[in-house]
Design a protein around this ligand. Structure first.
Ligand code: GDP
Ligand code: ZN
Length: 307
């Protein structure tokens, strides 16, 4: 049988088959990812083949993992330690942000976007809590959205309270597997509760299952919105681990810098204090947003863990 891993506890997995039935599963034998040290061979979103053993408990055995289209990894802070695969086979990410209560920093948004660029996951910004905006805030949000749109990131406005934009959000999710992310307090859980029908039921199904596992630490869970629509939540993960990007490559993950790279005098330009830098020139002429450039510099300097 074929299915998708919707939950992983480390030693046990929950697999949804084509009919939507959930199976408790374990992995047969050892699987290794080439060239990478990872602590988990299998993650949420992985497509697998499995057999159901009819004896004893309803237990499935996974014998094959299909090649991943992409995946995101939580990198260990220790170079020698193992990384953790958070999720696989994502079509896109929705980054939920707020301008008030709380205010998401540009640094946070831009770090997320760089990580998503590195993993090749298209990202859409979702401004939540628009019911709290006054006219001035609306204007400000439009300016920010315009800035991100110019460099290739779509954005929408929603309110979990007034229901603004929820139809548009559902359309964006339709027939896709989407990672939902956001700083805590932005309303991610509230939105997931609205988007996923019978969420409470699904959550209880899933937690029943994890109680039987040895490890109950979870890193991500996948919810079915409808037949071909899934969302992946990463409870407890504040930020995706930024991939290890060499300084003179960081600009490749800022679309507005990437398109100017070959205009810099030096081809290993870090766009900081080199003469003849096309990026610095573009910032001077307001062709590259100052907030984006500040995010770039703070990542370049390595103080990108500040909030
Ligand atoms: P999470 O940490 O991102 O999962 O955030 P929650 O979903 O727990 O929401 C944090 C708080 O924001 C809660 O008190 C929600 O009721 C509130 N909240 C969520 N969405 C909205 C919204 O659209 N408008 C307003 N005014 N409050 C919201
Ligand atoms: Zn440069």
């Amino acid at each position: 049988m074929k299915g998708v891993v919707v939950k992983s506890t480390g030693s046990w997995y929950l697999v949804r088959d084509a009919e939507g039935k959930l199976h408790r599963a374990r992995l047969r034998g050892k699987f290794k990812l080439k060239g990478m040290k990872v602590s988990n061979p299998l993650a949420v979103g992985d497509r697998v083949e499995f057999d159901v053993e009819t004896t004893g408990e309803d237990t499935a055995v996974i014998h094959k993992i299909e090649d991943r289209e992409n995946y995101i990894i939580r990198q260990s802070t220790h170079k020698t330690a193992f990384s953790h695969i958070i999720a696989a086979n994502l079509d896109q990410a929705l980054l939920i942000v707020t301008l008030v209560s709380p205010r998401t920093s540009f640094g946070f948004i831009d770090r997320f976007l760089v990580t998503a660029e590195a993993y090749d996951i298209p990202t859409i910004l979702v401004f939540n809590k628009t019911d709290l905006y006054d006219e001035e805030m609306r204007d400000y949000q439009r300016q920010i959205s315009h800035m991100y749109q110019q460099i290739g990131y779509k954005s929408i406005t929603v309110s979990a309270k007034s229901n603004e934009g929820l139809d548009e959000m559902n359309e964006l999710l339709h027939d896709k597997t989407t990672l939902l992310s956001g700083h805590s307090g932005v309303g991610k859980s509230t939105l997931i509760n609205i988007i996923v029908p019978d969420l409470e039921l699904k959550t209880s199904e899933i937690s029943d299952f994890s109680d039987k596992g040895v490890h109950t630490t979870t890193f991500a869970e996948m919810f079915e919105v409808d037949d071909n629509t899934y969302i992946i939540d990463t409870p407890g993960i504040k930020e995706l681990g930024i991939v290890d990007i060499p300084k003179n490559q960081l600009g490749h993950f800022f679309p507005e810098m990437r398109e100017r790279l070959n205009q810099c005098r030096f081809n290993n330009c870090t766009h900081f204090n080199e003469p003849g830098c096309a990026v610095v020139e573009a910032v001077r002429h307001n062709e590259i947003s100052l907030t984006r450039y500040e995010s770039y510099l703070s990542m370049l300097m390595g103080d990108d863990n500040r909030k």
